[in-house]
Structures are given as structure tokens and as C-alpha cells.
Design a protein around this ligand. Structure first.
Ligand code: ZN
Length: 704
């Protein structure tokens, strides 16, 4: 695959002769001339590029969207204090160049999901190494590598456990198996009956985005912004279009933009309630919690305190059926708390491990509202929660504590709230180093076999030595064959069950295709008996009338679009080289108690029974359906994870880059944990069974 070139005697810090001696003749030459793409310059990424360069890989492209945060410095060792705020990819490349000058390394600031990184971009590399921190990007890179026919080395680390594996045509891909679902909570727990700090923190994150974020009908607190007296999800369906699209989009369409709500709505005649045809009452503008452009920050803060901690709590208290076996929430006049805190208290230290009082929470809450409204005007309307954004964290800490006070939940310190809000699993530099080393091992085997992955392995890094015969922390296993039912690598089919009459195409495109199936730019072709039609298409190259037609289709029900029970939707994405058949079934009134965009079930037999080389059936080989559980809020329970002091002997990150825990419970409540390995319960069992059955899934971990 690589043409012969003059090979220097030393590659990076490695002797070319020793590479050839260990991996076979020609390996050094291929290592020297191959092109490697590294996606992600975080904890694993930093280790990895250092290893690649020292081993002699001389042409490296490193891509990352992120900038360097001070909390990265304890383990992302290519960065120093003066790099904070700069691009990870660019600075990592510069450090590597200084460290190993013979390496040509390019740092690209960019999102790997950007369409400019198409199949031809991926094809220009011999190996793609994934050091990513999220599932969506991994699933995308997986598809791009399969389409470009380039071996992908995938990795993950979380706390003490980690994993590397290799994806190539014919072998198990990232979509072949189901991933463990993060711990989730019922909407009603978040909205009305919180019992733990984490419930209040999740609520506070939603509140932050409700007030300062993009208008989102999916926000579970949406009803706080409307005086409907109905559940959030039902009410959201009846917001007038002008409210949904907001002034900007209306202006584009040439319509009269919606006027910004006035702070003193009563005096300006904005207090009259408007009633929609279906009887839903939209709150007068002055009663909305969202910040309105030009509003006095003081008035705004007062209004939010009143609406959230007085009016809404009073409303909750009236739901008497909820309070038969638990205490009703307490109204707290947050706006009326006397501000006698010193300036120092108003600028709290976010690493503080002392729990806040309700008074302090009240003052900080008001101050943060005012601060964001007056100092970050430009961003209001587009803010989403970011654990590294000090204002966002102060808001969430204060709001969640006030919520906790109302519901009799213990109040928390900023340090604890940050841990919960960011789904923290402390990153450990040693695990990253082990994983970074394993990736290079696999890369060398690919080079030794001239691009073939036949000698590659999946390797698990465990927390403590385990084993029946030999105790070890690294567990290798053969790459698995691809799952013949996988919809990505094997043209497997999926089943979509929903109410054809009531479900809009928008739900199918946004939720089913883009969120659940991770299709970036879907094209949807319908076959219903003899009838064929393209229902949706997006991306570049569309005519204006096509764009308009597809936009209109999004608002139509599937029935209107002539989708019938038993129809087939062929979903394709040119960019990902993906094509998948989805069989549609009608289920009248399915999940009517759920929000409009959650009323579907997506099924596909994506795991297959398998017999391994020892004849032992692996434990996770049962055929499992992709079941949709959208009722729940997908957040993780990470209580206690931040109980450790910030500076213990191992490198501990005070940030969250991990969204899937190494430990957790599956739906049946079975513990999936590496801990059982420590007490030796695995002894006597075949190793492949141990690693495949429980730990494999538990280690589908995130990175950095
Ligand atoms: Zn697959």
C-alpha cells in the first residue's frame, strides 16, 4: 500500500532495524511513509500522537474542535498553562514537532462530522485512530472508515478501565452491538418529584437552557414558560408558529418579526392572555421565564425568581395526589432574600467543597441571572450548559440548591454540583497512557501486514489483575466477525413502529434518523406497494422548490405522505455511504402519554448469537432489540463520583469527558462492573466469557 522509500536508520526514537526485526521486513518503511489520522487531541489523543511520533510514524494529521482548558493540564501533557484557550489540535502538533522534529504533523481545528471531511479525505490515510469523547462522532467515523475502506483503531478510557479495538470490513463495527444506555430519569421525577441532588441538578440544567438557550420544545420545563396548566409536552405542540421559529426566522421569511416581550408587560398591555383555537392558554409575555431583549436585568431576575420558586411551586403543591406519601415542596421567596453577602461570596470558588446555604444560593442565583442578562447579551438565546462556563455552573449550582431546599433534598457544594452536572468519571492519566500504547501496537500490526487487520486484537484494560491461570490487567481477544444484521456494515433492516396518522415526518427525520440512527444528512425514499416517492432530502445541490417541498413534508403526518402499514423507507446518507431499509408498522395511539417526538419504537436485531473459539457462548450474544425508551431523560447518575478530593495521588480530572460509565446497571438490574474481578469471582471461568459477557459492555467507555 505504501511505495518504497529511503528509510532513515532511526524513526522517531525507534531504530528501523528493530521495527523490522520484531514486526517483519518492510514494516519500518511502511511506518515511515504511511499517513495516520488521529481524531481527538484529549487525554488519549495526547498520549497517542506522542507514541506515534516516537515510534516513527512520520505523517500525522490531528483533528480536534476543542480548546485547551486549565482542567486538561493534569494529564494532557502536551499542553502548558500558556496554552489555555488555544486549539488542542494546533498546540499538540506544535509540541510534537518540537519533541520529534522528523515528524510531519498537522493540527486541524475542526469537527470530524463536517461534510468537508468526506470519504476522499478518509481515503487519504492508511489508518484512522479514534481518540474521541462521544458516541455520535465515533459512530460517524466508523461509517466513514468503512466507506473509505481504511482500518479504524477505536479506543476508550474511563477511570481505571479502557479498551482498544480495530474496525475493518468484515469485522465487527461500532454499530454492530448496542451500547449501554446512560442512567436515565423519568420526566416526572425531574419536573415534579425530585428526591436526590442529581434530580435537582438535571432540572437546573434544563432551567438554564430554558431561560438562556435556543427555544426548544423538547425542554422538559417548557411548561414553565407557558401558563397552560398542561403537561409540558402537550402544551409545546400548540405554541403558535411565530413563537416556535422566533423573530430571526420570521424575518427571513419576510413576515412581521415577533416583538420582544416588554419587561413591564402590564403597563404595556401585554398582560392579556391570548387563547389559541384549541383552548391552550399562552402565558402573557411578562410571565415568561426567558430573557427578553432589552429587558431590565433587575426586573428579569425578580420575575424568574417569582415564577420558578413561588408560582410554579404553588402550582406543584396543588397537585395533591403527588403529596399523599411525601412532603409537598416549600415556597421560597428567592427574590426577597436580603443580600448581605460580601463581594467575595458573590464570586464563589467553584472548587469549594462546602455546601451552600439556601440564602447564599438565592443571592448567587439572582446575581447570576443579572450578570448573564447584562454582560452576555450577545449569547443569550444560544447558551447551552457547559460545565466549564463559570456563569452556567454558578447558575446550576444555585438553582439546583434552591430546588433541593424546596423538596427537602440535601444542598450541595459547587464541586459536587460540577461533578453531577458534568457526568464526571475522573480521568486517569495512567489508563490513557496504557490505551495510547495499545493503539500503536495495533497500528504496527496493520503496518506489518500491509494494511490487513488479521493480527489485530480487541484489548480490555481492567482495574485489577484478573484471570484463572495468569493474573493480568490486559485482556486481548480476537476481533469479532461483523454482525450480519448490523444496519451499518451488513445492510440489516430496522423496524419502526408508530402511529402513522399522528406522527409527523419531522419526528422520523430528527429523532429516529438523526438522533437514534446517527444519520447526518438523510434522504428518505418511500415504497408503499406500487407507490414510490422521495419524502425528504437535505444537503447541498437541492433546488429551491425541492427545499420548500421537503420542508413542507416535515410538517405532514406519515399518513398524509402515503406511508402505510408495511411500507418501506429506504434511508440513505451519501456522505456516510449508508443505505438502510426501515420497515414501518402502524400502531394506533402508541405511547400517547409521551411527548410527540417520543411516540415511536425502533427495533432491529442487531446482536447475534455467536459461538467463540472455545465453544463457549458469550453472555451478551442474545438477540437484543434496539428499544426506545424516550420517556426518560437521558442523563447519568454519577452521585458520589466527586466525593474524592481534587488532588489525590492519581491524576484526577475535575471535568467530565465521559458520558458512559464503566459501572452501571442494565435494565434488568444486573451489575456490570469490573469490581467483581477484584474479589476473584471470575476464577475458573473461561476468560473469553468473562470479558465478553459483562466487562466488554461495561467498558464501551468514553475517552479523555
Ligand atoms: Zn456493523
Amino acid at each position: 500500500m505504501v511505495s518504497a522509500v529511503e528509510v532513515p536508520s532511526t524513526l522517531g526514537f525507534t531504530s528501523a532495524a528493530s521495527l523490522d526485526a520484531v514486526y517483519g521486513d518492510g514494516t519500518a518503511a511502511r511506518v515511515h511513509s504511511s499517513r495516520i489520522l488521529v481524531v481527538g487531541a484529549g487525554g488519549v489523543g495526547c498520549e497517542l500522537v506522542k507514541n506515534l511520533a516516537s515510534t516513527g510514524f512520520s505523517h500525522i494529521t490531528l483533528i480536534d474542535l476543542d480548546t485547551i482548558d486549565v482542567s486538561n493540564l493534569n494529564r494532557q501533557f502536551l499542553f502548558r498553562k500558556h496554552h489555555v484557550g488555544k486549539s488542542k489540535a494546533v498546540e499538540a502538533a506544535a509540541t510534537i514537532t518540537a519533541m520529534v522534529p522528523s515528524t510531519e504533523i498537522e493540527g486541524i481545528v475542526g469537527n470530524i462530522k463536517d461534510t468537508k471531511f468526506g470519504i476522499s479525505f478518509f481515503k487519504s490515510f492508511n489508518i484512522v485512530c479514534c481518540a474521541l469523547d462521544n458516541l455520535e462522532a465515533r459512530r460517524h467515523v466508523n461509517r466513514m472508515c468503512l466507506a473509505a475502506d481504511v482500518p479504524m483503531i477505536e479506543s476508550g478510557s474511563t477511570g481505571y478501565v479502557g479498551q482498544t479495538s480495530v474496525v475493518a470490513k468484515g469485522f465487527e463495527c461500532y454499530d454492530c452491538t448496542t451500547r449501554p444506555q446512560p442512567k436515565s430519569y423519568a420526566v416526572c421525577t425531574i419536573r415534579s418529584t425530585p428526591e436526590k441532588p442529581v434530580h435537582c441538578v438535571v432540572w437546573a440544567k434544563f432551567l438554564y437552557e430554558l431561560i438562556f438557550g435556543p427555544d426548544d420544545d423538547g425542554n422538559v420545563l417548557k411548561d414553565l414558560d407557558m401558563d397552560t396548566g398542561r403537561a409540558a409536552n402537550e402544551a409545546s405542540a400548540s405554541i403558535p408558529d411565530t413563537e416556535k421559529t422566533g423573530p430571526k426566522e420570521d424575518a427571513k421569511k419576510g413576515k412581521e418579526p415577533v416583538k420582544a416581550p416588554q419587561a413591564n408587560g402590564h403597563e404595556n398591555g401585554h398582560s392579556e392572555q391570548s387563547t389559541e383555537n384549541n383552548g391552550t392558554v399562552i402565558a402573557p409575555k411578562s410571565k415568561r421565564v426567558r430573557y427578553a431583549e432589552g429587558e431590565d436585568p433587575e426586573e428579569f431576575a425578580k420575575r424568574v425568581c417569582e415564577l420558578v420558586f413561588v408560582t410554579d411551586i404553588e402550582k406543584q403543591r396543588k397537585m395533591t395526589e403527588l403529596w399523599q406519601e411525601r412532603a409537598p415542596p416549600l415556597v421560597y421567596d428567592v427574590g426577597g432574600v436580603v443580600d448581605n453577602l460580601s463581594e467575595e461570596f458573590k464570586q464563589p470558588n467553584l472548587s469549594d467543597q462546602t455546601s451552600w446555604t439556601k440564602e447564599k444560593s438565592a443571592v448567587v442565583f439572582r446575581e447570576t441571572l443579572k450578570h448573564i442578562a447584562s454582560h452576555r447579551k450577545e449569547e443569550v438565546g444560544n447558551l447551552t450548559f457547559d460545565k466549564d462556563d463559570k456563569d452556567a455552573l454558578m447558575f446550576v449550582c444555585a438553582a439546583s440548591n434552591l430546588r433541593s431546599h424546596a423538596y427537602g433534598v440535601p444542598l450541595q457544594s459547587p464541586f459536587a454540583v460540577k461533578g453531577i452536572a458534568g457526568n464526571i468519571v475522573h480521568a486517569i492519566a495512567t489508563t490513557n497512557a496504557v490505551v495510547g500504547g495499545l493503539i500503536v501496537q495495533e497500528a504496527l500490526k496493520v503496518m506489518a501486514n500491509n494494511g490487513d487487520v488479521r493480527d489485530c486484537l480487541t484489548t480490555f484494560v481492567s482495574k485489577a489483575p484478573v484471570g484463572a491461570r495468569v493474573m493480568k490487567i490486559l485482556y486481548p481477544e480476537q476481533l469479532r466477525k461483523k454482525n450480519e444484521k448490523c444496519f451499518v456494515c451488513s445492510k440489516g433492516h430496522l423496524q419502526l413502529i408508530l402511529d402513522l396518522e399522528k406522527t409527523k415526518l419531522r419526528t422520523v427525520v430528527n429523532t429516529v434518523l438523526q438522533k437514534r440512527m446517527c444519520v447526518l444528512q438523510p434522504t428518505v425514499n418511500l415504497t408503499a406497494g406500487e407507490y414510490h416517492n422521495t419524502l425528504y432530502e437535505c444537503g447541498v445541490g437541492l433546488e429551491a422548490d425541492e427545499i420548500e417541498e421537503y420542508e413542507q413534508n416535515l410538517e405532514k403526518s406519515l399518513q398524509e405522505l402515503r406511508v402505510t402499514d408495511g411500507s418501506e423507507l429506504v434511508v440513505s446518507d451519501l456522505a456516510q455511504n449508508l443505505s438502510c431499509t426501515v420497515h414501518v408498522s402502524h400502531a394506533s395511539g402508541l405511547y400517547e402519554d409521551k411527548a410527540e417526538w417520543e411516540r415511536f419504537r425502533l427495533e432491529g436485531k442487531i446482536q447475534e448469537a455467536e459461538v467463540d473459539t472455545n465453544g463457549v457462548r458469550s453472555e451478551d450474544d442474545s438477540t437484543e432489540d434496539v428499544d426506545d425508551e424516550c420517556l426518560e431523560v437521558p442523563v447519568q447518575e454519577m452521585e458520589g463520583s466527586c466525593a474524592a478530593a481534587p488532588n489525590t495521588s492519581v491524576a484526577i480530572a475535575d471535568e467530565a469527558n465521559v458520558t458512559v460509565t464503566a459501572e452501571g446497571e442494565d435494565r434488568g438490574g444486573k451489575k456490570r462492573s469490573l469490581d467483581h474481578a477484584e474479589n476473584g469471582r471470575l476464577d475458573g471461568e473461561p476468560e473469553s466469557k468473562k470479558m465478553r459477557g459483562e466487562e466488554r459492555e461495561s467498558m464501551e467507555a468514553e475517552n479523555r
